[in-house]
Design a protein around this ligand. Sequence first.
Ligand code: FES
Length: 126
Amino acid sequence: MWEKALPIAELSQQGSRCWSHVKGRIGIFRTELGLHALSNTCPHYEAELHAGEIRNNQVLCPWHRWRFDLKTGHCATGPHFDIKVYPIKEEEGYIWIDVAAGSKVPRDPSTTPGGETDNQGLGTCL
Ligand code: FES
């Protein structure tokens, strides 16, 4: 079910916002590739991802720099840390999110053998 999240005017240019919903917090990102909605809570230590840096269609967690693909929610640290993505659209002056349809996107096993990381040690907490 589509729910009204924000007026488009609040995110009409590239950037990000957090939208609090009864089921949690969703990060809304606008990049040169369009709008994206994903869980706003980093699975590492629960930093708010909307406050992170956007780079190469990924958001970098503001605390320890884990990277999440804005389109798939895949975490570069490994598949156990993937986060949900949500359908998103613009209509009637608002950004809408289908909260009930949020889900983790399955990985292609041929491109992530054994769930290996490509984080190259960046942002690792000891
Ligand atoms: S809290 Fe996000 S990488 Fe540590």
